[in-house]
Ligand binder design. Structure first.
Ligand code: FES
Ligand SMILES: [Fe+2]
Length: 397
């Protein structure tokens, strides 16, 4: 059976089989761009990247290149398509910077840092060009929560607060990590892999894999500290560790009480992992922004979260820990790329029987009165949380 034979409602069965085309089909990917990325709220930047008037960063919303900029006059944050209104070139090439104007390199049209078209070179050649209507296209809604900036292509719809729902208190806790909050202004490193963007999102809270994929890391750690780290045992047996479907596609893995819970002893690490639907993840001391490129190609930008108010030495140590697991020569991130993303994608080319099983712990999920769904640390509660919202977004009932 191919993806074209299946309606969105048939791609995931009631007993949590997921059709492989959810990960491999360009048709499904095209539908996601329309129904997931153009309808809901998308994380775009953190306020610490845009402290001063004129500060900007560039990123993507779905596949669309955007500039997130703090206006010079009002200080307001705009999210604008990075596309010249003349003949389509990107007007800003840098990852980040400070600018009063964005000048298109092709024919020199110039836009203010809030997107108004300010200058058209040799404009006598146009009979009636209405500059006031030719600014960079803005996303109609931009809102922040606890310093995290989200934007939406949809002019109408749930507010950011409604969308975040039960995920909002966790963003608040993240924002309070340092004595004076956090800053995400140390830049990022990124990985690219041949596989679907959802593989990275669902791997963020996949405790089941840890002892297998990261076995060599655990062995090195055991050598260094003289005993096997308790994480794998905790994942399987610790009753305080739990995964929670927070609603709207968001989910969390708590190591005990999220306010006081231990953080596995890693400097700067959060006491929980969090997924904010569809493509924002928090793990360790890291914000992870998952940026799809096609059904089978993904970029992930990993931003270390530093603690505002701590010394440079303290924050440098957070960076070292971050690099130790996730960096290009780190002991963990490359294992996930190889096994959890690229081997999965390679295996899914065997389409003769094209179904995956996502039912781990389904029978022991507990529904709380406020709608949240709780499971054990190694259950696939976060993945099901994601796909419940994904199905709703894709138009399945
Ligand atoms: S494409 Fe930008 S000025 Fe021509
Ligand atoms: Fe992993």
């Amino acid at each position: 059976m191919s993806a074209t034979d299946l309606e969105p409602g048939e791609l995931i069965t009631d007993d949590w089989r997921i059709h492989g085309s959810v990960y491999t089909s360009q048709a499904v990917f095209a539908a996601e761009l329309e129904r997931v990325f153009r309808t809901g709220w998308l994380y775009v930047a953190h306020e610490s990247q845009l402290r001063n008037p004129g500060d900007y960063i560039t990123t993507r919303a779905g596949l669309q290149p955007v500039i997130v900029s703090r206006g010079g006059d009002t200080g307001e944050i705009s999210v604008m398509l990075n596309r010249c209104r003349h003949r389509g070139a990107t007007v800003c090439q840098a990852d980040e910077g400070n600018a009063n104007f964005f000048r298109c390199a092709y024919h020199g049209w110039t836009y203010s840092n809030t997107g108004e078209l300010r200058g058209v070179t040799y404009d006598q050649a146009y009979e009636d060009l209405d500059k006031s209507s030719l600014g960079l296209i803005r996303l109609p809604r931009v809102e922040s929560h606890a310093g995290f900036i989200f934007a939406s292509f949809a002019a109408e719809g749930p507010s950011l607060a409604e969308f975040l729902g039960h995920a909002a208190p966790y963003l608040d806790l993240i924002a309070q990590q340092g004595p004076e909050g956090i800053r995400i202004d140390a830049g990022y490193h990124h990985i690219g892999y041949d596989g679907n963007w959802k593989l990275q999102v669902e791997n963020t809270i996949d405790n089941y894999h840890f002892g297998f994929v990261h076995r060599s890391f655990l062995e090195v750690l055991a050598d260094r500290v003289g005993q096997v780290p308790p994480i794998v045992r905790n994942i399987l047996t610790n009753d305080e560790w739990r995964t929670i479907d927070l609603g709207n596609g968001h989910s969390v893995h708590e190591f005990g009480d999220p306010k006081t819970g231990n953080n596995q002893g890693q400097l700067g690490d959060l006491p929980f992992n969090l997924i904010v639907f569809p493509n924002l993840c928090f793990v360790g001391a890291q914000l992870r922004h998952v940026l799809p490129l096609s059904a089978n190609r993904t970029e992930v930008r990993l931003y270390p979260m530093l603690h505002q108010g701590e010394s440079d030495e303290y924050n440098a140590e957070i960076l070292r820990v971050h690099e130790g697991f996730y960096g290009p020569a780190g002991m963990g991130g490359s294992d996930d790329v190889e096994i959890a993303f690229e081997r999965v994608t390679a295996g899914m080319q065997a389409t003769e029987h094209d179904w995956l099983i996502m039912s781990r712990g389904l029978h022991r999920e507990e529904q709380m009165p406020d709608g949240r769904v709780v499971g054990r640390a190694d259950d696939e509660v976060p993945q099901r949380a994601f796909y419940r919202q994904w199905q709703r977004s894709m138009g399945a009932s």
